[in-house]
Design a protein around this ligand. Structure first.
Ligand code: GUN
Length: 296
């Protein structure tokens, strides 16, 4: 059996088109343009690429993009002052502060300074609490993207055994909450879990977000499972640099029913879900119906 390749690139394109058409209706019917502010502190090359792509895709779907590039020596108070300004700006419906932040800045303090209603990353402590208690929250973009891919492939996830490998605040923990909300039986495992292999082998759904190149191989996968690979690892193999996930794609694809590739799987979904979250935040702030199918 060769697994179905879950095409995140194509799915992200349909999400972006959906967002763009709803943005056009918002403008036509209500004169409202959703706006996303992205703040980058410092000059991390990978973060610069992400931020550029976020701005480009925001504009392409008809939203307003506000970009702030601050020096890596920017004092924390200055960043907090910018967030206050953005919180108060009615043209800004979503605020994203790109992580990681330089070491002299307290990331938690900064993330918790964002108005929770504009927290399109879903990292504010009140959104974390709302998600954990099953209330209406802003949901982190990468787990939301994974959930959309899973729902589109599987339909209902009720009763399935899901194993999330990785316990980060950005992916692992919110992913587990979302799967629980969709009635999966959820296990969170991580790099220190004993018997990781047998834990993974019990899973109908594997979400790999542990940051270890190709740690999960086909031998670990239950036949017929669905595998979502969140890993993005740059490695050198045979003298060539390449991008691989946390799952060894070729061997896993021989056993799984469906699997996301790296690149072209989960990655493109993250920015698509950021756009979806910005639209959701905008609709909520204007007491308009939420965009069905684009939220958790
Ligand atoms: N850095 C890596 N991933 C993310 C993300 O999802 N949001 C933010 N703000 N920074 C990141």
């Amino acid at each position: 059996m060769v697994a179905t390749k879950i095409d995140g690139k194509a799915f992200a394109e349909t999400v972006r088109r959906d967002v763009a058409s709803r943005v056009a209706s918002l403008q036509a019917d209500h004169g409202i343009t959703p706006g996303l502010a992205v703040v980058l502190v410092g000059e991390d090359p990978a973060s610069e690429v992400y931020v550029r792509n976020k701005g480009k895709q925001t504009r392409e779907c008809g939203m307003a993009s506000f970009e702030y590039k601050l020096a890596d020596t920017t004092p924390e108070v200055e960043l907090l002052a910018l967030i206050d300004t953005l919180n108060a700006d009615p043209a800004v419906h979503g605020i994203l502060v790109q992580l990681p932040l330089p070491g002299h800045i307290n990331s938690d303090k900064v993330l918790n300074a964002i108005d929770p209603a504009k927290d399109v990353d879903g990292f504010h402590i009140s959104n974390v609490g709302l998600l954990g208690t099953g209330q209406k929250a802003m949901v982190p973009c990468t787990p939301l993207g994974c959930l959309m891919l899973l729902r589109s492939h599987h339909g209902k996830l009720d009763g399935l055994n899901a194993v999330v490998v990785g316990r980060s605040n950005i992916v692992g923990k919110p992913m587990a909450q979302l799967l629980l909300r969709d009635n999966c039986t959820v296990t969170i495992a991580h790099s220190r879990s004993r018997e990781l292999e047998s834990i993974v082998r019990a899973a109908d759904i594997v979400v790999a977000a542990v940051g270890r190149p190709e740690i999960i191989t086909g031998a670990w996968i239950k036949p017929g499972a669905t595998v979502i690979d969140v890993g993005i690892n740059r490695i050198e193999s045979d003298g060539r640099k390449k991008l691989v996930g946390d799952v060894h794609y070729e061997s896993a694809a021989e056993v799984a029913d469906a699997i996301t590739p790296v690149p072209g799987g989960v990655g493109p979904m993250t920015i698509a879900c950021l756009l979806a979250n910005t639209l959701t935040a905008c609709c909520r702030s204007h007491n308009l119906p939420e965009p069905a199918g684009l939220t958790a």
